[in-house]
Design a protein around this ligand. Structure first.
Ligand code: ATP
Ligand code: MG
Ligand code: ZN
Length: 332
């Protein structure tokens, strides 16, 4: 076997490495606004559903668009995607508003003022609601969970919550031990009937979930992040920064999706010019990401919406696109 063969085998331009990895539990899909994160997430989920027992696709983008992509209404509870028997989708807001009522119910219906407590520890509001979601998701035991994330900044904040929060909670708890008098004064100010013990145990359990999630997200056997980009300056630049930040957070990246690649039809000046522009960035991507699985997806004539279109599109994740055999979507 030549060196070239080995390289080809190691980094084939598909997501088969993800489909074949049985231990994989959490797959994050992210990137700049509008590049195709949702289309990719839905497509990855479809391919996973063929090889896994059950798949859950979660949108953490407050501007949810799973419903748009699959052409079906979703809620904060996992709902079977039409046309599948093991693929579920849900849309959550990683902000406290949606989860606070359950949180209060769980603490016995008292006036535990979640938001005011939240103010005292940076990141705790998002973290607590994220922890609630993760707790929920874990009890449901899906084989694999795919996250369609919000544009980059938001996602990185979500992923760095565990470490930020760990410090904040640690401080909070030690402060409480040292100054239990002060603490009850604080909880008085928070207009809560919950005992300091109840609050502490709630925070302890959040801390435990966050720590566990933190450990899991940093384990490449369990978690990977798939950046999606398009071959244009800003997107390539942002992808490189994203990968650097993920590396700092110890989060694994093996795959990159390059979407919306133009394959000109004969004699189209516009498409030929776009292709020339894109080539420059495709070359950069090839140089930068030699040791990644880089999957290239064509820009199609129609939007990729609805299950039949997404099923066709998702095939391009497992067998590389051949421009001499163009893809036609049902709605095209
Ligand atoms: N390769 C493609 N060919 C044609 N249309 C595409 C392609 N990829 C995505 N689209 C369309 O482009 C639009 C944006 O894609 P998508 O919603 O997946 O992007 P996004 O990154 O999730 O956007 P946002 O940041 O707003 O969440 C959608 O209408 C989608 O159908
Ligand atoms: Mg989206
Ligand atoms: Zn053209």
């Amino acid at each position: 076997m030549s060196t070239a063969d080995i390289i080809d085998d190691d980094y084939e331009p598909t997501i088969n490495n993800l489909l074949e990895k049985n231990s994989l539990k959490w797959i994050f899909i992210g990137g700049k606004g509008g590049v195709g994160k949702t289309t990719t997430s839905c497509s990855v989920a479809i391919q996973l559903s063929k090889v896994k027992e059950s798949v859950l696709l979660i949108s953490t983008d407050p501007a949810h668009n799973l419903s748009d992509a699959y052409g079906q209404k979703f809620s904060k509870n996992p709902t079977l995607v039409n046309g599948f028997n093991n693929l579920y989708a849900m849309e959550i807001d990683p902000t406290p508003d949606q989860l606070a009522p359950e949180f209060m119910e769980e603490s016995g219906g008292d006036l535990f003022n979640f938001k005011e407590l939240a103010l005292s520890i940076p990141g705790i509001d998002e973290a607590m609601s994220f922890a609630e979601v993760m707790k929920l998701v874990k009890t449901m035991e899906f084989s694999v969970v795919v996250f369609d994330t919000a544009p980059t900044g938001h996602t990185l904040r979500l992923l760095s919550i565990p470490s930020v929060l760990d410090k904040g909670l640690g401080k909070f708890l030690s402060m409480q031990q040292n100054f239990s008098g002060v603490f009850s004064a604080i909880s008085g100010m928070m207009r809560t009937d919950a005992s300091p013990e109840a609050i502490e145990s709630k925070i302890q359990s959040t801390k435990k979930v966050i720590e566990e999630v933190n450990t899991q997200f940093k384990n490449p056997d369990l978690t990977t992040f798939v950046p999606v980009c398009i071959p244009e300056f800003l997107s390539v630049y942002e992808t490189e920064r994203l990968i650097q930040q993920l590396t700092k957070l110890d989060i694994d990246v093996q795959n990159i999706i390059v979407n919306q690649i133009v394959y000109p039809e004969k004699d189209c000046n516009l498409c030929q010019a776009r292709q020339k522009m894109q080539k420059k960035y495709l070359d950069q991507i090839a140089d930068l990401y030699m040791d990644f699985h880089v999957t290239k997806l064509p820009l199609l004539k129609a939007e990729v919406r609805g299950v039949p279109s997404l099923k066709i599109f998702s095939e391009l994740l497992v067998s590389p696109y051949d421009p001499s055999n163009p893809v036609t979507l049902p709605n095209q």
